[in-house]
Write a protein that binds this ligand. Structure first.
Ligand SMILES: NC(=O)c1ccc[n+]([C@@H]2O[C@H](COP(=O)([O-])OP(=O)(O)OC[C@H]3O[C@@H](n4cnc5c(N)ncnc54)[C@H](OP(=O)(O)O)[C@@H]3O)[C@@H](O)[C@H]2O)c1
Length: 266
């Protein structure tokens, strides 16, 4: 029996790992991609033990130039039914003060390599007449974000790119979904804090769990939904920037970020 195949980035932890669990439980074979091999191996083993899925792991830093091309060369013979771009990270701080190495990596990861992977995979999917792509953006995509400037801007790129691609592939049998979640409980906040020079950041305004986000997203993707915002309060938050004056949105977000940074340092 031929099993369906899925490629998931950011598969070693958090949301990406949760997607892997759901797909393996649904009898998919997986190609799990992440930056660090150790976490990836452990994650793959836990999934294999629980579900017996066929798993290939690829250790790849998608924050580097041409990483999507290199990754695709390793999986060229696969016929992916699903591509999920979940790998991502945040960075706090004034743009004038943050370390360019993180922003450069973020732009390669969130923008260039995500886009290139979509191109490489969507061409094969259209040729076959079926396939699903999901790109993980964020509620951050709905407005500019002082003190997380490049993160917000790059998530807005993912949002717009994915919606336009979803429109372009209509009628081909391929669907594209963009996931726009609010905060949920993963390593995301502590990674962002460590890249910004803080020791630990405790997430106080988490509105949903990673399991809920993954389940909602998976259900929506399988139905071919174009955009998914898990949780009622997040849906409301996504609408606010449309109705409030832009400068008020910017100053409020800046105040929130400054408060978080002050609490981190306290
Ligand atoms: N958690 C939230 O509150 C939240 C809210 C909205 C959107 N999101 C988005 O959700 C997605 C998943 O994040 P998460 O919350 O699950 O965080 P997470 O637990 O930190 O998972 C992100 C995964 O991506 C991997 N990754 C980071 N940089 C990479 C790179 N250059 N190449 C390959 N893999 C890389 C990380 O690997 P390492 O750990 O080895 O670095 C990690 O395994 C991200 O796109 C994030 O922007 C998260």
């Amino acid at each position: 029996m031929i099993r369906n195949q899925a490629l998931i980035t950011g598969a070693a932890s958090g949301l990406g790992l949760e997607f892997c669990r759901l797909l393996a439980a649904d009898s998919y074979d997986l190609v799990m991609v992440d930056k660090h091999g150790d976490g990836l191996e452990q994650a793959a083993k836990s999934i294999q033990d629980a579900y017996g899925a066929g798993i290939k792991i690829i250790e790849k830093d998608l924050g580097l130039n041409r990483a999507a091309e290199e990754l695709f060369a390793e999986v060229n013979l696969y016929e992916f039914d699903i591509l999920i771009n979940s790998a991502g990270f945040g960075l706090f701080g004034f743009f004038a003060e943050t370390d360019w190495q993180f922003e450069e990596s973020m732009l390669h990861l969130h923008v260039l390599n995500l886009t290139h992977l979509c191109k490489l995979v969507v061409q094969k999917m259209i040729h076959r007449g079926s396939g699903r792509i999901m790109n993980v953006s964020s509620l951050a995509a709905f407005q500019p974000g002082p003190l997380m400037n490049v993160y917000y801007a790059s998530k807005a790129y993912i949002h717009y790119f994915s919606e336009a691609l979803a429109n372009e592939v209509k009628g081909t049998g391929v669907t594209v979904t963009v996931l726009l979640p609010g905060l949920f409980n993963t390593n995301f906040a502590s990674t962002a804090a460590s890249y910004s020079g803080s020791s630990e950041k405790k997430e106080k305004i988490v509105t949903t769990t990673v399991e809920e986000v993954a389940r909602t997203a998976m259900k929506g993707m399988m139905k071919g939904r174009i955009r998914i915002i898990p949780g009622f309060s997040n849906k409301l938050l996504s609408l606010a920037p449309r109705f409030l004056p832009r400068n008020l949105v910017l100053s409020s977000l800046r105040r929130i970020q400054e408060r978080i940074r002050k609490e981190e340092r306290a």
